[in-house]
Design a protein around this ligand. Structure first.
Ligand SMILES: Cc1ncc(COP(=O)(O)O)c(C=O)c1O
Length: 385
């Protein structure tokens, strides 16, 4: 039997799906008809519009969020011997970017409700070597911007906001991306908006901007000749094809975020009623969530089974996130072990990302919620017996 025959006729709901409409396709095709597939006019246009949307002076578009993080670390002069405060509950690139420059990531545990770095625990990890903090707006929830800024100011530290998952999220009415020396966003297809692959760094600092523009393009001098390189740089360039898609997606970002908010609200309404299922932290007066993924919490003893049962029923799901400090590479390099960051670890034992995307239909939300209820019921009964 072929693989696709096994699943033929069975309903599946994908974990994520990009929101691509005819105008997005046209924007890409229009660029393909020009001779500027890269280093053309779409890149500065996208950067200008993105910076305007966030409210910063500058933006530098690159080929991934990871590249943007690397440039941020490099542009802030973080290097060997330096320590950078990071969170263990994030995508691995949030800590890897520190290693790229030979510096040491110093993990600080997270808050149980928001899953974001716990400012109350940051100061005890600051040493003479600490140069920066990289708070992450996990799952689109703003980290505690004021507390982090206060600590950074007191100890003369730089801040890089990793807002890869939080485009359009806001803290006390101001968009994330405005609370740091530089911030980054990412555009992989599961994100609120996509450029296929891609990322962007935003800043109000002209020096950081100029340096990142040079670093993304092999270290070329600004305005210099093509083969004039003044520092060691990279090829972190994004293409005009991608930026055309970015411009087109950005035009409708408000509608996209509204649609995602509605999907999250539907989920909360239905899943919130199921005993044993904890639905995610929603926006408050001060914290506006930009919905990136929809992550529920289940009984830690059942998480693996829960996921298996959902998958059997055609509901794609994923274990967002595995603690970074417990990944093989980090354990081997730094000797981390279970119990080092207990809040992060206990959250990670319970979290399951459900299907979540902009164009998710009510019938699919319904289907997922019914399956979650059935699986919860099945596992609760199984536990009793
Ligand atoms: C918090 C966080 N930081 C960084 C990244 C890296 O972005 P990219 O996959 O575009 O390199 C991601 C990607 O999912 C992310 O979620």
């Amino acid at each position: 039997m072929k693989n696709n025959e096994k699943t033929a006729g069975k309903k599946t709901v994908p974990l994520s799906s990009p929101f691509i409409e005819d105008d997005d396709i046209k924007a890409v095709i229009d660029v393909l008809k020009t001779r500027w597939l890269s280093l053309g006019p779409e890149i500065p246009e996208f950067e200008r519009k993105f910076a305007e949307y966030i409210g910063t002076k500058y933006a530098v578009a690159v080929n991934s969020g990871t590249s943007a993080l690397h440039l941020a670390v490099k542009a802030l002069g973080i290097g060997p011997g330096d320590e950078v405060i990071v969170t263990p509950f994030s995508f691995v690139a949030s800590a890897n970017c520190v290693l790229f420059e030979g510096s040491t990531p110093v993990f600080v545990d997270v808050e149980p409700e928001t899953f974001n770095i716990d400012p109350k625990k940051v100061e005890e990890k600051i040493t003479r070597k600490t140069k920066a903090i990289i708070p992450v707006d996990v799952f689109g929830r703003p980290s505690d911007k004021e507390a982090i800024s206060r600590i950074a100011k007191k100890h003369n530290l730089k801040v890089i906001e990793d807002s890869a998952e939080a485009l359009g999220a806001a803290y006390k009415g101001k968009k994330v991306g405005n609370f740091s020396d530089c911030a980054i966003f990412a555009f992989y297809p599961n994100k609120q908006m996509t450029t296929g692959e891609g990322g962007i760094l935003v800043t109000n600092n002209k020096k950081i901007y100029d340096l990142c523009v040079s670093l993304r393009n092999q270290g070329r001098g600004i305005g210099g000749e093509w083969h004039e390189y003044i520092r060691l740089g990279y090829n972190y360039r994004i293409t005009d094809i991608q930026c055309a898609l970015g411009i087109s997606q950005l035009k409708k970002i408000k509608a996209i975020l509204d649609k995602r908010g509605k999907v999250a609200a539907e989920y909360a309404k239905r899943l919130g009623k199921i005993k044993g299922i904890k639905v995610p932290f929603d926006s408050t007066k001060d914290l506006k969530v930009s919905w990136f993924v929809y992550v529920i919490q289940v009984d830690a003893n059942n998480k693996e089974l829960f996921m298996q049962e959902l998958k059997k029923r055609g509901v794609e799901c994923s274990a967002y996130f595995q603690p970074i400090h417990l990944m093989k590479f980090y354990k081997e390099k730094f000797g981390f072990k279970q119990g080092d960051f207990p809040v992060c670890e206990s959250i990670a034992k319970t979290t399951i990302a459900l299907p979540f995307y902009t164009s998710m239909r009510t019938e699919d939300i319904d289907y997922v919620c019914r399956q979650v209820a059935e699986v919860q019921d099945y596992l609760a009964k199984k536990k009793k017996n």
